[in-house]
Each structure stands twice: as structure tokens, then as C-alpha cells.
Write a protein that binds this ligand. Structure first.
Ligand SMILES: [Zn+2]
Length: 216
């Protein structure tokens, strides 16, 4: 599975995250996805020689502002600026690291834009992620793989009344902040699906397939 990682400068003019922090996130994500035999291959763009960070679009200076929770129909200035920076390969997940991510006025760890919630008619607005360096970069090991689960399952969280994900699921909303044994690490099928209903039974089959060809 290919990632195109773009690290933007923060308001202080420094890269939002270091290359080492990005590599830690990728390594942590690979630990999780190993259970589904998926391996991430990332191109990391830190803005050129010396890793200065990519120049921050002006509209990011007050944070990357989520255009509209759930469906993406009318890209705002932030989404349009993001689009300018993404590659033209429909089979890579573009991952933008910025200083902060704002969803309805609340600072978030990250936000992902799946194919099924892209109503713009422009495929380039499918399959991308924005990571907040303040809330997630380098220190929250399940954030990036959780967001990639959104992309691969092409879905939002599975909550009641339908079958839910168990508390140890990587796809569970609000992932745990460390890699403890009881943390949010698992990818379905889950051993306790009898308790949880049918959520996740086909997850590994589905994401393994989509890691080869992203939803489009
Ligand atoms: Zn989520």
C-alpha cells in the first residue's frame, strides 16, 4: 500500500513533524497491518534538502479546517489547498501533516476522506488524510493506522444500532494512546464476534484487496 506523505511547516516555520516522527508513525502502522499482511511503502516529502518542511498554504495558518463532517461535497479553501499539494496517483493515500486539524471548532488528532463520502465528482478528493502534529504526530501510535482503516474499509465508525467493533479494535473511534495488550490494536475478524455481532468478519479480506487497489 503506497502512501504519499507531505509534511508542511507549522506557524513557527519549522516542519510540523520530523522525518523520524513520520517514520515512527509508519513503523507503528506496519506493526498493526502485519496482522492483515499489508505493508506500507511511503514516499516522504519534507520539502527538499535539509527537511525544512513544505511551505504552509496560508489557509492552514489557523489549522486545517474540515470542510464538512462526513460527506465531502463542497471543498473549502483548506481542502482546495490540500488538493493542490496531492499527487495525481489515484492509488496512493496522500497523508498531510499540518500543525492543527479543526473539526467543527474542536482540535482533532486527524481526519480522513474516504471514497464513499466523496461527493465532489473528483476522484482526487478520495483517499487522503490530514494529521495534526500537535495532537497526533509521532506520539499516538494508533492514529495513522486507524485513519488508514477508514480509507480501506471506506467507511465511518460502526456504531449501534448495527454491529459494533469491540473495545480492542483498531477501527474503534478514539483509539488508545499506547500499545498496551488491551489497546485498540485488532483488525477483524475478531475472536469475540459472537458477542459483537458480525462487525469486522470480512475486514481483513476487504482491506487486503483494497490495499492493492484503493476504492475508486
Ligand atoms: Zn475514526
Amino acid at each position: 500500500m503506497s502512501l504519499n506523505i507531505l509534511v508542511f511547516k507549522n506557524n513557527a516555520g519549522n516542519p510540523s513533524v520530523t522525518r523520524a516522527q513520520v517514520e515512527t508513525d509508519i513503523s507503528d502502522a506496519n506493526e498493526r497491518f502485519a496482522q492483515s499482511t499489508i505493508r506500507l511503502v511511503a514516499n516522504i516529502n519534507m520539502g527538499g534538502a535539509g527537511d525544512p518542511g513544505i511551505e504552509q498554504p496560508a489557509v492552514f495558518s489557523n489549522g486545517f479546517t474540515d470542510p464538512e463532517p462526513l460527506a465531502l461535497l463542497f471543498p473549502n479553501e483548506d481542502a482546495q489547498a490540500a488538493l493542490e499539494e496531492m499527487d495525481n496517483d489515484n492509488n496512493t493515500v496522500d497523508v498531510l501533516y499540518v500543525e492543527t486539524v479543526d473539526i467543527l471548532g474542536v482540535g482533532a488528532r486527524a481526519v480522513s476522506y474516504t471514497h464513499s463520502f466523496n461527493g465532489t465528482g473528483n476522484q482526487k478528493y478520495s483517499n487522503w488524510i490530514v494529521m495534526s502534529s500537535v495532537n497526533a504526530g509521532g506520539g499516538k501510535p494508533h492514529t495513522l493506522p486507524h485513519e488508514l482503516m477508514h480509507i480501506l474499509l471506506d467507511n465511518s465508525h460502526r456504531t449501534s444500532p448495527g454491529p459494533n467493533d469491540p473495545p480492542t479494535a483498531l477501527f474503534r473511534g478514539g483509539t488508545t494512546l499506547n500499545k498496551s495488550v488491551g489497546g485498540t490494536k485488532r483488525i477483524g475478524p475478531y475472536p469475540d464476534t459472537a458477542v459483537q455481532g458480525a462487525a469486522g468478519n470480512n475486514d481483513t479480506i476487504m482491506i487486503r484487496h483494497r490495499a492493492e487497489t484503493l476504492p475508486q
